[in-house]
Design a protein around this ligand. Sequence first.
Ligand code: G3H
Ligand code: 13P
Ligand code: ZN
Length: 322
Amino acid sequence: ALITLRQLLDHAAENGYGVPSFNINNMEQVHAIMEAAAEVDSPVILQVSAGARKYAGAYFIRHLVQAAVEQWPDIPIVLHQDHGADPGVCARSIQSGFTSVMMDGSLMPDMKTPSTYEYNVEVTSKVTEMAHACGVSVEGELGCLGSLEKGVTDKGEAIDKEKLLTDPEQAADFVKKTKVDALAVAIGTSHGAYKFTKPPTGEILAIDRIKEIHARIPDTHLVMHGSSSVPQEWVEIINQYGGDIGTPYGVPVEEIVEGIKHGVRKVNIDTDLRLASTGAMRKFLAENPKQFDPRKIFAAATAAMKDICKARYEAFGCAGQA
Ligand code: G3H
Ligand code: 13P
Ligand code: ZN
């Protein structure tokens, strides 16, 4: 059944676990995420970006999720809108049946330019007022995702390094003013595969900042964006079978688990499933040159994504919690 983010994360906080929030764009991703959850008995968050709505279409996305609800009636599912650009976007998602929306007021509606604190408070409060009246949860974001190594946002815009780390005092003020259910924080992660140029240390990935924020606002559910771990085995497979993606580094699973001990409840993952599916399809096609049934190719991708989903459910402690 569909539940709200608040319902799921309250349970996660009571029981000390975190939940991966996987981006969905197509049927194979939904299959992988749901089949893995069914096997390990985990609740699920399915999140939908503006890009996903553009790719699949809002009706298809909605009905893919509805299909999952019907096929796995015993698994609690949150349907979450990822990175809402403005209150209007959130309103349309609420109307179309999402049980949770993210208002990303850390950026201006162009989703590139870092915003002011006042702007963020204003748009996020507007969304919580509207969403809570409809029984829908809200995630806000304070601080900008980006690289502490390079001092740029993940859209490549130059930024004050200060804004790349969420300030715990400001977080307390933000939560009080906006009444968000969950707060995405900036700790040096960024979206995509190229988060770090080497395996991250405390200087470029500030997991300790999570502890300070959690100590200040212990009752707020924290969210980590840009939390793909960028599995080196899939990077190597992609490069070995005709890809050329260099040597990117992500967030080690152990660091996320450390965050979960200190209030992180929602862990956003998109890139890892992209890498696994691309790697699996490249390998399958190279090893089966006579095959041209797309179902066989996509099945290899689904299996690879499913392995990642299961590993994350188990590592984050949500396995057995559905
Ligand atoms: O926030 C970033 C997610 O990975 C979604 O990516 O906008 O390409 O769908 P997308
Ligand atoms: P990754 O690019 O690390 O998978 O992050 C996804 C994300 O934060 C979506 O909101
Ligand atoms: Zn994100």
